[in-house]
Design a protein around this ligand. Structure first.
Ligand code: GLU
Length: 292
């Protein structure tokens, strides 16, 4: 009889042990949805730290903008950072936003200054050699910002003109290529940030500023009496979240979050909140090569 009770107890203990979650899949918090990642991965480092460090811009009203009224960074890119933090920790505020401008966002990922970058960054072959990218979360296109009274109405009017843009951007490469191809002899003037380029245009030092339309529309929204966007979209710029190469657990988390934003309807809410447009389109396809 005693032997039977011992055996029964033993069997029960084995069954209970088998039912318990195996090591490595303990949730990090009651509300977070990500199992504890293996030691040595960047995702695990983030989980142990208890917050995500995300690089965004600080001077782009639509995507990443340090609002002087609230002292908070806000915009489409910031919403992506918060959604990733919410997924990992169950808390959209478990995130530290750091400024990552165009020329330092890839070095910041490589050096571990930030965990992810959501900074109006276009996915392309060249950058994919250095970092990994999430699926596409927005598609922009390069355009021109000019003073309201400017006669410039498109790239062909830029012959011999001074055009401001930013170091480390696709905008610089694209405008140089267009100038070369069309023989426009554009003088490209480089700045660290787009707000500096716009300030230079305000001071009459450049005739136009070129970058993604959605960045330019942000400046128009801030000073509608001063600027206008002209020339239409002359490139396709699919935005992805940058992640250090090889951190597949973190990349998977970011991709899951973007997928959920797109399918749940939240992507449309974010779009409506930050993009100055009357119509809210369908979310873009995941694959950057399919971006239009
Ligand atoms: N999306 C372009 C890029 O990634 C231009 C905007 C920017 O500099 O962030 O280079």
């Amino acid at each position: 009889m005693f032997k039977r009770i011992v055996l029964l107890g033993l069997a029960l203990a084995i069954i209970l042990a088998a039912c318990k979650a195996p090591a490595g899949v303990t949730p990090t918090s009651k509300k977070g949805r990500v199992p504890l990642a293996p030691e040595g991965t960047l995702l695990r480092k983030i989980q142990d730290r208890g917050k995500l460090i995300c690089g965004t811009k600080y001077d782009i009203p639509t995507f990443g903008y340090l609002n002087p009224k609230t002292n908070q960074v806000e915009g489409f890119d910031v919403e992506i950072c918060r959604a990733v933090a919410e997924y990992i920790f169950g808390d959209p505020n478990a995130v530290e936003i750091k400024e990552a401008i165009s020329k330092n966002r890839i070095p910041f990922l490589k050096e571990g200054v930030v965990d992810i970058v959501a900074s109006t960054m276009t996915i392309n072959e060249e950058r994919l050699k250095e970092i990994d990218f999430s699926i596409v979360y927005y598609v922009a296109g390069q355009s021109l910002l000019v003073p309201k009274n400017s006669p410039i109405s498109g790239v062909d009017d830029l012959k011999g003109k001074r055009v401001g843009t930013v170091k480390g951007s696709t905008s610089e490469k694209n405008i140089r290529a267009i100038s070369e191809k069309k023989g426009l002899n554009i003088e490209v003037v480089l700045f660290d940030t787009y707000s500096e380029a716009v300030a230079a245009m305000d001071a009459g030092r450049v005739d136009a500023v070129t970058t993604d339309d959605i960045i330019l529309y942000g400046f128009v929204r801030q000073e509608p009496d001063k600027w206008k966007v002209v020339g239409g979209r002359f490139t396709v710029e699919p935005y992805g979240v940058g992640v250090k190469k090889g951190e597949k657990e973190l990349l998977e988390v970011v991709n899951t979050v973007i997928k959920e934003l797109k399918t749940s309807g939240r992507w449309k809410e974010i779009y409506k909140k930050w993009i100055p447009s009357d119509v809210v389109p369908e979310p873009p396809p995941d694959d950057w090569r399919e971006a239009k």
